[in-house]
Design a protein around this ligand. Structure first.
Ligand code: IPE
Length: 247
């Protein structure tokens, strides 16, 4: 099983509100259909979810936003999800859209046999970053977090993060082909001014996943051939996270 996170920066143009990239998602869908790999898809919010969440003060931290803010943010996420499912259908992938809510309880994480059954029936489960209600108010759960939880609970062999750049870039903008703990520590120091953790947080989580047996890859969605290679575990243009025990 492979978990694929379609970043908001690739399914939308983050600079332009509600700008959906149909052509890009279709080309990624064609690559998934052709690969014959068993895939679970997770997508982010991009220029649909994030601007609306920001307008209402919703973030990954607990907050008490207006109910309108919660409703509108979820509404645009479901709209983006519908567009993604349309593009997937047009490219030969049969999406099975679901809310990530069931994954968030311990029982939900364990009882994912329905998801495996959907994959076994020829469907591609699709879920997304969402607004959830916890003990201390509403928070956003990012598609990255969901991808990691899913990878762990499904015992995925690979998790592919699809982005709008070629992979993880160093300070000078050069692609880092391979990342291990040392590179991760360097990235963490450099991005410490980033309030959300940014790519450094993503890489730290990726190392944890790699340590527990899930290979992690970062690849550009503008390079569908490389995405295809990453899915099939062939050598690709992008970043691979090294399993620490192999060092
Ligand atoms: C955000 O999900 C979801 C909402 C804004 C509700 P992500 O955090 O995974 O989105 P991207 O990939 O950064 O756009």
């Amino acid at each position: 099983m492979t978990v694929v996170k379609l970043g908001g920066s690739i399914v939308t143009d983050k600079k332009v509100a509600f700008s959906y990239r149909d052509g890009v998602v279709r080309s990624l869908g064609r690559a998934i259909a052709a690969s014959r790999e068993r895939v679970v898809l997770v997508h982010g919010g991009g220029s649909f979810g994030h601007p609306v969440a920001k307008k209402y003060g919703l973030s990954s931290r607990s907050s008490r936003p207006s109910p309108e803010g919660v409703a509108e943010t979820r509404r645009v996420m479901f709209e983006l999800d519908a567009r993604i499912c349309d593009s997937l259908l047009a490219s030969g992938v049969l999406p099975y859209a679901f809310s990530p809510y069931p994954l968030l309880t311990a029982a939900g994480r364990k009882g994912l046999s329905w998801l495996r059954s959907a994959v076994g029936a020829g469907l591609t489960p699709v879920t997304f970053g969402d607004v959830i209600l916890g003990d201390r108010g509403f928070t956003i759960i990012s598609g990255d977090t969901i991808s990691m939880q899913l990878s762990r609970s499904l015992g995925a062999s690979r998790c592919v993060f699809v982005m709008d750049v070629d992979g993880v870039l160093d300070d000078s903008g050069t692609l880092m082909r391979s990342i291990g703990p040392a590179e991760s520590r360097r990235l963490a120091r450099k991005s410490s001014s980033d309030a959300t953790g940014g790519i450094a947080l993503k890489v730290r989580e990726a190392l944890r996943m790699a340590a527990s047996g899930t290979e992690v890859a970062f690849v550009s969605g503008f390079r569908p051939r490389d995405f295809s290679k990453a899915l099939k575990r062939l050598s690709f243009h992008g970043t691979t996270v090294r399993v620490p025990s192999r060092e």
